[in-house]
Design a protein around this ligand. Structure first.
Ligand SMILES: *Cc1c(COP(=O)(O)O)cnc(C)c1O
Length: 394
């Protein structure tokens, strides 16, 4: 009986063997724009798709292909293609499928950049983006049933870690004839498999957890071979190609994905437990909390609650300005999912372009801090937070 390879093993081994060279145990960085063919009919066959191979690295490249194949196997997908950034993965997917006069239904809590595509760019093309209250599944279903080309979901969301019931919305979307796209950046393939829950396409900002070291940008799309093929064609012509060196860094980062995500999840869970009773905290958002509105759905569709939580302080932004600089083991930076703990106020990171009113509408407290737990020792992270928060007692 053949058994599906576990994700921890796939993260290490998948997608590599076909791309090794010279007996090396690691995939090389193929820094070549084009590929030499002495046999012109072979070149022709590769160009027409009759034979496999590479012609020009804007289209395909061996190091990039190895990265794509590893993520494809981690997501249990038929096909995968990659991009220069996560935003390129999202925008190329939207622009491939959405045509003038069509609708896309999504949530108000999408990633900031995604939201900007909805508000600043799709309207020019006469594409309507309907953004529903993330916690209101009935409203989402109602908008989907009115008819739409695509449903774009994100779960957990940024930065208040709201949870969408992917299976439930995917069923309604398919009845309405829509494609279901899920941005799985926060959960990673270790904790959540949107394709198994009914999504057609899964997107990652590989810049975050997949790479995990905050040293390379990238994006990836996985799913149905025909749909991925259409987006690949858009990308190869429009040119948002992943660089081979970035692909190598992402490949190397991916090998420890399972270890990292487990440790980050463990650290986040224990830190939330510590902060829950801390007198300086006013809001605390984490799907692992029993009082999280979608705790049960998170438990059902995820294998863990993830490495990210957010909190606000009773003293508001003034308190945040005092506390964050005191953290020894955290970068105050705009990324997340790295081996180093990374913190940042939502109003300067994911929602820097939102107005006060928009933040209120999204239920984001104005002094909310996103905490992306790293892989450091838990006691050190806890002591660090305790020490930083102690300034508020004075
Ligand atoms: C960061 C992020 C993106 C965008 O990815 P880039 O690689 O920065 O372009 C998209 N979605 C989510 C959920 C993200 O966190």
């Amino acid at each position: 009986m053949t058994r599906k390879v576990n994700r921890a093993t796939a993260a290490v081994w998948a997608g590599e063997k076909d791309y090794r060279a010279h007996g090396a145990t690691q995939v090389p960085v193929v820094n070549s724009v084009s590929y030499d063919y002495t046999d012109l009919s072979h070149w022709y066959d590769v160009a027409t798709g009759e034979a496999s191979g590479h012609i020009y690295s804007r289209n395909t490249n061996p190091t990039v292909a190895s990265f794509e194949d590893k993520v494809r196997q981690l997501e249990g997908a038929e096909a995968a293609t990659s991009f220069a950034t996560g935003m390129a993965a999202i925008s190329n997917t939207f622009y491939t499928f959405l045509k003038p006069g069509e609708r896309v239904v999504s949530i108000k809590d999408s990633y900031g950049g995604t939201n900007r595509i909805f508000s600043d760019f799709l309207p020019h093309m006469n594409i309507e983006a309907v953004l529903c209250d993330t916690n209101d599944h009935e409203a989402l279903e109602e908008e989907v049933r009115k008819g739409c080309r695509m449903v774009h979901l994100e779960s957990p969301t940024n930065p208040t870690v709201k949870i969408i019931d992917i299976k439930r919305i995917a069923e309604v979307a398919h009845e309405a004839g829509a494609i279901v796209v899920v941005d799985n950046t926060f959960a990673t393939p270790i904790l959540q498999s949107p394709l198994e829950l009914g999504a057609d396409l899964v997107i990652h900002s590989a810049t975050k957890f997949l790479g995990g070291h905050a040293d390379a940008l990238g994006g990836v799309l996985c799913g149905d071979a025909k749909l991925v093929g259409e987006v690949f064609h858009y990308r190869e012509i429009n040119g948002a190609t992943l660089d081979p060196h970035a692909a190598y860094l992402l490949l190397r980062g991916l090998k420890t994905l399972d270890l990292r995500v487990r440790k980050q999840t463990e650290n986040a869970g224990k830190l939330v437990e510590y902060l829950e009773t801390h007198p300086a905290i006013s809001d605390l958002f984490y799907p692992g909390l029993k009082n999280h509105p979608n705790h049960d759905i998170a438990t059902e569709q995820m294998k863990g609650y993830g490495g990210i939580f957010s909190f606000s302080l009773i003293g508001g932004m003034e308190a945040v300005r005092k506390v964050l600089p005191r953290l020894k083991y955290a970068n105050r930076a705009a990324n997340l999912g790295a081996v180093e703990t990374t913190v940042g106020p939502a109003n300067t990171t994911s929602h820097v372009e939102s107005t006060k009113e928009e933040l209120v509408n999204l239920g984001i407290p104005s002094s909310l801090v996103r905490y992306s737990a790293g892989i450091e020792d838990f006691d050190d992270l806890k002591d660090d937070l305790e020490n930083a928060l102690s300034i508020l007692e004075k």
